[in-house]
Ligand binder design. Structure first.
Ligand SMILES: *[C@@H]1O[C@H](CO)[C@@H](O)[C@H](O)[C@H]1NC(C)=O
Ligand SMILES: *[C@@H]1O[C@H](CO)[C@@H](O)[C@H](O)[C@H]1NC(C)=O
Ligand SMILES: *[C@@H]1O[C@H](CO)[C@@H](O)[C@H](O)[C@H]1NC(C)=O
Ligand SMILES: *[C@@H]1O[C@H](CO)[C@@H](O)[C@H](O)[C@H]1NC(C)=O
Ligand SMILES: *[C@@H]1O[C@H](CO)[C@@H](O)[C@H](O)[C@H]1NC(C)=O
Ligand SMILES: *[C@@H]1O[C@H](CO)[C@@H](O)[C@H](O)[C@H]1NC(C)=O
Ligand SMILES: *[C@@H]1O[C@H](CO)[C@@H](O)[C@H](O)[C@H]1NC(C)=O
Ligand SMILES: *[C@@H]1O[C@H](CO)[C@@H](O)[C@H](O)[C@H]1NC(C)=O
Ligand SMILES: *[C@@H]1O[C@H](CO)[C@@H](O)[C@H](O)[C@H]1NC(C)=O
Ligand SMILES: *[C@@H]1O[C@H](CO)[C@@H](O)[C@H](O)[C@H]1NC(C)=O
Ligand SMILES: *[C@@H]1O[C@H](CO)[C@@H](O)[C@H](O)[C@H]1NC(C)=O
Length: 603
């Protein structure tokens, strides 16, 4: 209001009227398109609701390359590379769809004279005392695979973990939960894909998962993944495939069956097996005589755990003999040759529906999928044997479809929407170079408009009308002020000096922008450019005060900076840039009132 001190009452009246006209013209224009462009961008995807307030760049899914090694004493299985600690130690791990944490083997897991080439056989050791960043916690139970009596203990702690080999640029989490174990319950280390927090035993002290931290860090577009275990019996062998935040469409034949998560969150990936059949001519082809059972899909364990009557049907169909001591079916060379020659296959029919009807998906496993080898120290005499990866489950808390099943099935899990898809692996997915990566967007992601062509015509008309009104109003003001200019010259100079100091931050960013096009351009571009292009991030950070330069805050800053495109402020800047005559009058007034008001309104 200081600005108006020297004006006569009459001139103020005229000016203010013009000013109000200008403001209302601008804000009403802005309002007509501010909604679709700044908040609720209209989309093809109906499920998308609202933009996360500070997530502005949508990251691409991450394709995690397999280690290209075949590992395990119950496999062979395709493993994945993981770097842990500082400096990084390279280990090979199995993917665990059930685990919420990572576990690695320490040197206690390879005592002298244990197994030839023990460290390599176990995927290499992570020596926590050689890592500068290891933060030990305590010894805890895994509290994991308890139903299968496969719980174990480890030294829990935190360290930096990066997926993939060194130099591959895989995703990093700096404070990741890691259990360091020596037990042979799990021969290799494991990488947990489950995003639930890990609780250290009795303590209610939830530690965020690797997946959750990637999402929080805006490294993946959603808490979702696509995974298949790969197999060694295809020619050539197919390595495992893992995509975080999406899936590889080329790896499977699409189905239209989606499974909801099971209510028990520790068995979320629960399917109903409606039937199991085989085309072997040896005996009955029905391998699930007791009818539909629930089963948990879990890549942590190698085998399938099925009801006893189903196991007996397998025994009859394949001539298997149960080994009570191991709870395992060993296969001798004679039987092995015979089964290879029959080339039988087993088909599992899965459904979200626990009765016999509903939508189903069928996964067929050739005998090769069951043609696996147990090694020392799992078995000792003989110290190596073929085995059939089937185990007897006591009750439905134990029924599990392990890694053997995921050799022929592709799993897509979406933790944001709490559902998953299981689909047969496709034969054309054998070629690893032929990936077709699809993104799964988080439900709170709003896509920017793909281009100007999709703007509603009404909004375009609004913009055009707005520009015309703006130009007319500004011309009127310019004309009016120019008449007064010579009498006010000294005052203008004074005010200019003051304003330059108090609004340096804003004017610096407007200098390069042409008159009028700034607020319009900002608003049109705001939804698009700011959301998609990374180069705007550092820019947005610069606008913030130095203490806010934090990678996690980048998006937030960006949205904040977006507010200066808001109607009030945009107008204010425009007036700043337009020359002394205009500057003099509305500058302070407009900037203080609508500028701040609009700014808060947008948040
Ligand atoms: C790390 O601990 C192991 C015993 O667990 C010990 O043999 C080794 O010397 C230690 N290494 C260092 C660098 O302290
Ligand atoms: C976020 O991701 C970047 C890039 O991968 C990584 O350097 C950084 O350590 C991550 N931040 C956290 C907190 O894990
Ligand atoms: C840990 O506890 C929290 C709540 O206390 C729970 O939401 C979460 O699912 C638990 N995590 C696991 C792995 O049990
Ligand atoms: C699922 O896909 C099959 C073809 O694969 C089609 O016959 C069936 O109608 C589809 N079901 C639904 C519910 O879309
Ligand atoms: C191989 O195993 C089958 C049953 O699994 C058994 O009938 C057969 O006698 C065994 N052969 C030899 C040579 O041990
Ligand atoms: C079973 O089916 C598979 C294809 O699904 C076929 O390759 C195999 O020869 C069949 N085996 C018998 C015994 O019919
Ligand atoms: C399961 O299948 C039965 C028989 O087709 C049907 O009546 C029922 O609605 C289905 N339930 C679900 C949850 O799809
Ligand atoms: C397995 O046993 C054979 C002879 O019985 C022996 O030569 C071989 O070294 C053993 N392998 C392992 C891994 O212990
Ligand atoms: C299922 O079987 C396991 C192993 O025998 C047993 O520990 C558990 O109590 C059983 N659960 C139920 C619900 O019967
Ligand atoms: C989850 O459900 C949505 C619709 O509710 C569906 O579009 C999506 O494909 C499902 N995702 C999976 C992985 O099944
Ligand atoms: C987003 O902003 C909220 C506060 O509005 C903050 O708590 C959160 O950490 C921010 N997230 C990121 C990824 O910057």
């Amino acid at each position: 209001m200081v600005l108006f001190a020297g004006f006569t009452y009459a001139s103020c009246l005229t000016t203010c009227t013009l000013l109000l006209l200008l403001i209302s013209a601008h804000t009403s224009t802005a309002a007509s398109f501010a909604s679709p462009w700044l908040r609720d961008v209209p989309l093809v995807e109906t499920s998308l609701v609202k933009r996360a307030p500070n997530t502005t760049t949508i990251p691409a899914p991450i394709v995690v390359a397999p280690s290209q090694y075949w590992d395990g004493i119950d496999g062979p299985w395709s493993s994945f590379a993981l770097q842990v600690g500082t400096p990084a130690q390279n280990v090979r791990v199995q993917i665990s769809t059930a685990s919420t944490f990572t576990w690695t083997i320490y040197d206690g897991g390879c005592p002298p004279g244990y197994v030839t080439d023990c460290a390599n056989s176990r995927g290499f050791l992570f020596e926590t005392n050689k890592s500068l960043t290891w933060t030990p916690n305590s010894i805890f139970n895994f509290d994991f695979e308890v139903n299968l009596n496969m719980d174990t203990t480890g030294n829990a702690g935190f360290d930096t973990a990066t997926l993939g080999w060194q130099g591959a640029g895989g995703p990093t989490v700096s404070h990741s939960t890691i259990f360091s174990i020596k037990s042979s319950t799990y021969w290799l280390g494991g990488f947990g894909l489950n995003p639930r927090p890990t609780n250290f035993s009795t303590f209610v002290d939830p530690q965020p998962s690797f997946m959750q931290q990637l999402k929080t860090n805006n490294t993946i577009p959603s808490i979702s993944y696509g995974y298949t275990a790969g197999n060694q019996y295809s020619n050539p062998p197919v390595f495992g495939s893992l995509v975080l935040g999406g899936y590889d469409q080329n790896k499977f034949d699409p189905t239209n069956v989606s499974f909801p998560f099971y209510t028990d969150i520790s068995r979320d990936l629960l399917v109903n097996i409606q039937s199991i059949s085989t085309n072997t001519s040896l005996a009955s082809t029905n391998l699930l005589p007791g009818g539909t059972i629930p089963a948990f899909i879990d890549s942590t364990v190698p085998t399938m755990w099925l009801p006893v009557d189903a196991c007996e049907a397998f025994e009859a169909a394949f001539g298997l003999q149960y080994n009570e001591a191991l709870n395992m079916y060993l296969v001798n060379d004679t039987l092995h040759s015979k089964l290879l020659a029959t080339s039988a296959s087993v088909t599992l029919t899965l459904s979200p529906n626990s009765t016999s009807g509903g939508e189903t998906v069928s996964i067929t496993l050739p005998y090769g999928a069951f043609d696996l080898t147990l090694k020392y120290p799992y078995i000792t005499s003989p110290n190596s044997s073929y085995y059939f990866p089937l185990q007897r489950g006591a009750n439905d808390t134990q029924y599990t479809l392990g890694r053997v099943f995921l050799q022929e099935a592709y799993l897509v899990v979406d933790y944001d929407r709490q559902n998953f898809t299981i689909a047969p692996c496709s034969s054309h997915g054998l070629d690893a170079t032929n990936a077709d990566i699809k993104t799964i967007l988080s439900p709170d992601t709003v896509l920017p408009n793909s281009g100007g062509s999709s703007f509603p015509t009404g909004a375009i008309a609004g913009v055009v009308v707005g520009i015309v009104i703006l130009i007319a109003a500004l011309a009127a003001i310019l004309w009016f002020l120019r008449r007064r200019k010579h009498t006010e010259k000294r005052r203008v100079a004074e005010l200019e000096a003051k304003e330059a100091g108090s609004h340096a931050e804003h004017s610096s960013e407007n200098e390069s922008k042409p008159f009028i096009s700034n607020p319009i351009g900002g608003e049109l571009g705001g939804g698009e450019i700011h959301e998609l292009t990374a180069p705007h991030k550092p820019f947005a950070q610069e606008m913030e005060s130095p203490h806010k330069i934090d990678p996690n805050k980048a998006g937030y800053s960006e949205m904040e900076s977006g507010e200066y495109f808001g109607p009030g402020k945009g107008f204010a800047h425009e007036m700043h840039g337009s020359g002394p005559a205009v500057f003099e009058m509305p500058g302070s007034d407009v900037h203080e009132m609508p500028g701040h008001g609009e700014g808060h309104g947008l948040k």
